[in-house]
Design a protein around this ligand. Structure first.
Ligand code: THU
Length: 151
């Protein structure tokens, strides 16, 4: 994609605030992010691209390490990057893995997405095509959240 057509990302800006990236552009950003995955243990590379309410795309990839247990998924990397950059409202997330079947977010990621993005659209894709499309509440029915703590 030529730089002039590239949607606005958190690390570089081509399009102004208010421009909404297409689903194809969001999936393309997730595929590109997947290329940065640090997955030396599982060799299972995942990329994610989170669209904020103003059309900014914030990407993430999974990052593994020798303890295994401290691995963090692509979706949470994208969300924590976005929150740390001041974003608070989100519209969609694209998740890409090299699988014929859909690779939906793990339980921990569903919980974090619910807390910070609530009724977000979740677009699943592999390297060549879309494999699924959901709204988060259908992936995480009856969630635990701050309301149960009186917030
Ligand atoms: N992984 C993700 O990044 N996102 C998912 O939705 C599923 C799993 C990562 C975690 C780990 O690095 C590898 O994929 C294998 O589980």
């Amino acid at each position: 994609m030529p730089p002039s057509k590239r949607p606005r990302t958190s690390s570089g800006s081509a399009l102004g605030k208010g421009h909404r990236p297409s689903i194809d552009a969001l999936v393309a950003a997730a595929r590109e992010a997947r290329g940065h995955a640090v997955a030396d243990y599982s060799h299972f590379k995942v990329g994610a691209a989170l669209e904020t309410i103003d059309g900014t795309i914030v990407t993430g990839c999974n990052v593994e390490n020798a303890t295994y247990g401290l691995t963090i998924c692509a979706e949470r990397v994208a969300m924590f990057k976005a929150l740390s950059e001041g974003h608070r409202e989100f519209r969609r997330i694209a998740i890409v893995a090299d699988t014929a079947q859909p690779t939906p977010p793990c339980g921990a990621c569903r919980q974090i997405l619910w807390e910070f993005a609530a009724d977000i659209e979740v677009v699943l894709a592999n390297l060549t095509r879309q494999t699924g499309r959901h709204r988060l509440p259908s992936l995480l029915p009856e969630p635990f959240d701050g309301r149960l703590l009186g917030h």
